[in-house]
Ligand binder design. Structure first.
Ligand code: HEC
Length: 133
């Protein structure tokens, strides 16, 4: 490519400008595109922890007030949080976790907004599930 470019400059200016208009801008564009893809992959890998915008503390409070007692009643030892244990859990992804939080909250008539689902999902993920994405 560099060789071709030099020859083009030496031989005739018109050829050089043609080259700039086609091959070069195309490869620069390709380079910039690749660069942005790479940057995007790097930034999403480091930033996109699930439920990033959630509030764990609030999730903990909401969970304690609205969710624990029913789960507690399901276990002979009264420890409802056992439902989130690795050997008992059915939820296998952060997406499924969010859906289950939504499902349980809706079924119990809590009338929560997205914010509350996210807070509780974040609390459960940080405390028990630990899904990385
Ligand atoms: C009236 C009882 C009841 C209440 C209240 C309740 N749940 Fe549940 N929850 C269940 C039952 C029963 C299951 C098990 C369902 C199954 O295994 O199919 C469950 C399962 C779950 C699971 C899946 C656990 C796993 O990984 O297998 C999550 C997450 C969950 N509940 C979240 C919540 C949240 C958050 C709240 C409060 C908003 C809540 N639940 C309130 C009864 C309840």
């Amino acid at each position: 490519m560099a060789g071709r470019l030099l020859t083009a400059i030496r031989c005739d200016d018109k050829k050089f400008s043609d080259l700039r208009g086609t091959d070069m801008t195309a490869s620069i564009k390709r380079f910039l595109f690749l660069k942005s893809v790479i940057l995007f992959v790097i930034s999403s890998a480091s930033l996109a922890a699930p439920f990033d915008e959630g509030n764990t503390k609030n999730g903990n409070v909401l969970h304690g007030e609205n969710c624990s007692s029913c789960h507690d009643s399901m276990f002979p030892n009264g420890k409802g949080d056992d439902i989130y244990d690795e050997d008992l859990r059915k939820i296998k992804s952060s997406k499924a976790l969010y859906s289950m939080v939504e499902f349980c909250a809706t079924n119990n008539g809590l009338g929560w907004f997205e914010e509350e689902y996210t807070d509780v999902s974040k609390y459960l993920n940080q405390t028990f599930y630990k899904f990385g994405k």
